[in-house]
Ligand binder design. Sequence first.
Ligand code: HEC
Ligand code: HEC
Length: 259
Amino acid sequence: MSSAPLKNVSVGWLLFIVVWAVPASAADEQPGNPQRGAEVYRRYCVTCHGDRGDGIGEFAPYTTPKPRDFRQGTFKWRSTPSGSLPLVSDLERTIRDGIYWTAMPSFFPLRERARRDVIAYIQTFSPRWTSDQPGAALQIAPEPAHTPVSVANGRAVYEKQNCAQCHGDRGAGDGQAAKTLTDDWGNPTVPFDLTKGHMKGGTTGADLYRVFMTGLNGTPMPSFVESIAPDEAWDLVHYIQSLATPRRSARVLPQEKKP
Ligand code: HEC
Ligand code: HEC
């Protein structure tokens, strides 16, 4: 009998640990809280994206491209089909990593909880988030070996799909159509210079794969998921990677570029 109180103590501790630990991990599964997200937004996002989420915050006149207007529910970097809303995980990636070459910073130091909350708040700016569901995420086949043959095959895909029309024969962003493009928000836009090496929306082969398969909504960059097969897509990734000029991969914000 003398060991009973001791047993009770350890059961008590066990209960305490379970009760304390379970809500913490379950909280990560819960959707964000828009009320708390509004505070995160006012603190970190409002200067660019604006009080009403219209993309015309105080800082907006000084940036190219402009901060996103959240009222249409149109997003460039998605794993979902062209025209679809993005998944929360897509927005999470953008907010965590930022958008390279643009004013959109990385919010890596924010806790995941805070990023989820601010996403829930951003979703209140467009009625699309209540009337519409994001489509299914693109499945990305495992990457085959990066070989000279794959790069050459990728060049053939680049030619066949006429990427050069916008991105130019050698990917420098100087195709015939390059000077005439505008985005859905009425701003002039240019095809990305693929020789820069570091894309805006990520550095991995999968990031590249996703971009040309799902397209960048709101921009002239189309989705090629209907015309490019998965193995061709990896060849094309390898070709684009071969265009990178290391010297140019250093971070230069558009505003700092010398003419
Ligand atoms: C210093 C300015 C600035 C701040 C601060 C800023 N952003 Fe952005 N953000 C931008 C710009 C510029 C773009 C557009 C980039 C583009 O279209 O290429 C953008 C785009 C986005 C996008 C759209 C990505 C897509 O797929 O289209 C999201 C989502 C976003 N920002 C969320 C946030 C959140 C959340 C915060 C605050 C935690 C924030 N931003 C703070 C400048 C900013
Ligand atoms: C009608 C013109 C057009 C065509 C055709 C086109 N693109 Fe693009 N592409 C664009 C524009 C414009 C952007 C820049 C969008 C932005 O950042 O707002 C872009 C951006 C990109 C990016 C950069 C993504 C990032 O995260 O920075 C890649 C990679 C890309 N295109 C690959 C391709 C490939 C591969 C093809 C052919 C299969 C192709 N594009 C065809 C217009 C085009």
